[in-house]
Each structure stands twice: as C-alpha cells, then as structure tokens.
Design a protein around this ligand. Structure first.
Ligand SMILES: Nc1nc2c(c(=O)[nH]1)N[C@H]1C(S)=C(S)[C@@H](COP(=O)(O)O)O[C@H]1N2
Ligand SMILES: [Mo]
Length: 226
C-alpha cells in the first residue's frame, strides 16, 4: 500500500520550492504583481492543508495494469434501464466533454489547471437511465481497486471519464487508457483504469473507504479520514 505522506520523502519539499519559485517567475513574466488580493484568491483556490505541486505525482496500489486501448472495455450497469458496454472506439464516438480543473490528493498535494478530455457523467446518465432506487455509484478498476460516490456526486457537471490529459492520451501510470475524474473530491475517488461503473441502491464503501478514509472526501471540508 503506497498512499501516504511518506511516498515523497524529502522530494515533496524540493518540488514545492520549485513550484513556488516557478509560479512567481511566471507571474513576473506576465507582469503581474503579487498583491494581498492575489494571495487571498490563491488561498481560496487551494483547499485547507493542501500544497501546490507542478508535477503530477503517481499514487496507486503498486500494480499498474497494462490495458491497451484495444483491450479496454467498460461495463456500465447495475440498476439501470439501459446497460452498455463501451470499447475505446465507442467511448470516442460519444459527445466530447473537455474541461480544465484542479485536482486535490488526500496526501496533501494539489495540482492546478489539468486539461482533461473524455465523456461527461451527465451523458452517461442520459444514456443508461438509472432506476429511481439508485443512491450510489461504484467504480471498479482493472487493478481490483474500487471506490464509491453518491449519485449526486457522480452527476456533478465536472465529473467525467477521461482518456486524455493536457492534449495527450492518458498515460498508463495515471490510469490510461481511461480513468474517472471527479475534481470536487479528493483524488482517491477518481478511479484509474476504470473497468465498470455500477449503479447501486445501497452504499458500498470502496478500497480506501474501508481502510479509514472518509466516505465522501470533500477537500474543502477536509474530509480526509473517518
Ligand atoms: N484503479 C485505481 N485507481 C486509483 C487508485 C488506485 O490505487 N487504483 N488510487 C487512487 C488514489 S489514492 C489517488 S490519490 C489517485 C492518484 O491518481 P494519479 O496517480 O493519477 O495522481 O488515484 C486514485 N485512483
Ligand atoms: Mo490518494
């Protein structure tokens, strides 16, 4: 199990220093001055207890399944009127959703301005039509990982399945070919290598939720551990 602050001994502080210097240099280049107001805005963008990084750390259970785009398939099923199975081509044929969002990991790093492309969860809901009894959605991944969210969290306008990050196919280490992205929650809710989206009528805590993580995980409320 690798998800702890100890994953980046020493290195994190070095990265942070670089990140802060880099941000200040970028502002200087754009002719911006750091004012009290800018600092306030910055504070509000960064949830409590988080530190900004400019790299993208990798966190998982230590197994990064090798699933090619050709092999990848996604079952979307459970309590739905219209279950579907998508291969990579079918995913690509759906209406495209793209967004830029910040991501926040419970191990205290945040990364700003991630450009993701894929398909919105609202499109999935329109397509599969969950029955009225559905309360939660469970993500199952190719490495055996699971995580749970409420139907409302799933239905957020910025929740999506992503196949690309910053204009390139999502790499294997970050969950490629396809992962979930739910930016309003700590990143453990964003299952990498997603294999099945299951609509259920009772909550089912996932891998980390069963091991002491908070059931919801709102970074603004610091819902880190239960
Ligand atoms: N399939 C799978 N998805 C996963 C995990 C995992 O172990 N397996 N780890 C979660 C955790 S704890 C975090 S913080 C993020 C990390 O995503 P990243 O490696 O792209 O930064 O993935 C989440 N999704
Ligand atoms: Mo995490």
């Amino acid at each position: 199990m690798s998800d702890s602050d100890n994953d980046y001994p020493g290195g994190l502080m070095g990265q942070l220093k670089e990140a802060f210097v880099g941000r200040k240099m970028a502002r200087a280049e754009r002719g911006h001055l750091l004012t009290g107001q800018a600092d306030e805005a910055h504070k509000k963008r960064l949830p409590p207890g988080q530190r900004l990084v400019e790299n993208w750390p990798v966190l998982d259970l230590g197994i990064q399944p090798s699933v090619t785009a050709e092999q990848w398939a996604l079952d979307i099923n459970g309590h739905v009127a219209n279950p579907v199975i998508w291969d990579y081509q079918t995913l690509q044929a759906q209406p495209k959703h793209e967004q830029v969002c910040d991501i926040h990991c419970v191990t205290a790093w945040s990364r700003y301005d991630n450009h993701f492309e894929g398909v919105s969860t609202t499109h999935i809901l329109d397509l599969v039509k969950p029955t009225p009894s559905v309360t939660h959605v469970i993500f199952h991944a190719y490495d055996g990982y699971t995580t749970n969210v409420t139907l409302d969290a799933f239905a957020a306008p910025d929740a999506m399945i992503a196949h690309s990050w910053n204009n390139a196919p999502l790499t294997r280490e970050h969950g490629g070919p396809v992962r979930m992205v739910l930016p309003q929650w700590y990143f453990w809710k964003s299952a990498k290598w997603v294999k099945r989206i299951e609509f259920v009528d009772a909550d089912q805590p996932g891998f980390w939720e069963e091991r002491g993580y908070h059931n919801e995980g709102d970074p603004w409320l610091e819902q880190r551990y239960s």
